[in-house]
Design a protein around this ligand. Structure first.
Ligand code: ZN
Length: 218
């Protein structure tokens, strides 16, 4: 089963992807990880094209597609792939469809974690990080210092309301095109609305599995 994950920053998409990886034996593909892997190897054929990342620039659609294609070819005998952070544009989504069909695979499911702005702000504004071990806590956990390292927890610089709202707006703009594209495609489109701040990632995981089960996917 191949899955495309959609969800704004702070939606817990990465955590849900990890659950699905374990549950279904899938391979997780994130373009960020693929770029980092290439940057470790100056002899990689796409090294020069990907290097722009280090200058804070975006890698072009074409190069991103080639990087993903390279990864898919190595995974054609896997149980399935979960895409996280890709595709981001219609042209990437179309390219992904072509790449998948060339290895006799397809995007079976699109999982859209539709987390409300209120919940995202609650999660991210309450987020505290240990500067030592990088473990993340929430103010409601009641810690002022890391229980492991005994150093004061901090707020990350980009966890402020203005930055978060800006990132959400950017996400909503590009994701709208993809939601439209995938809702008209042959992929099973599952949208889960999360509007309750007290809902745990475990509970979301259970709902995801229920949705899969309703559609005969598990
Ligand atoms: Zn720590």
């Amino acid at each position: 089963m191949n899955i495309v994950m959609l969800g704004p920053p702070g939606s817990g998409k990465g955590t849900q992807a990890q659950y699905l990886v374990k549950r279904f034996g899938l391979v997780h593909i994130s373009t960020g990880d693929l770029f980092r892997e290439i940057l470790k190897n100056p002899d990689h054929p796409l090294y020069q094209e990907v290097r722009v990342v280090n200058e804070g620039k975006l890698v072009s659609d074409d190069v991103t597609n080639r990087v993903v294609e390279n990864a898919i070819e190595k995974l054609k005998d896997s149980k399935g792939i979960i895409f996280d952070g890709y595709p981001r544009t219609i042209s990437q989504a179309q390219a992904l469809d072509r790449m998948m069909s060339s290895v006799n695979m397809k995007v079976d499911v699109v999982l859209d974690l539709n987390v409300t702005q209120e919940v995202i702000l609650y999660r991210l504004l309450g987020r505290r990080i240990c500067p030592n071990c990088r473990k993340i806590y929430h103010v409601n956990d009641g810690y002022t210092q890391c229980p492991d390292c005994k150093v004061p927890l901090r707020v990350r610089d980009d966890d402020n309301e203005e930055t978060i709202v800006k990132r959400l707006k950017e996400y909503n703009e590009w994701a709208a095109h993809l939601k439209d594209y995938y809702s008209k495609s042959n992929s099973v489109y599952i949208s889960l609305t999360i509007d309750d701040v007290s809902k745990t990632s475990q509970e979301v995981q259970e709902e995801v599995i229920q949705e899969f089960s309703k559609r005969g996917l598990v």
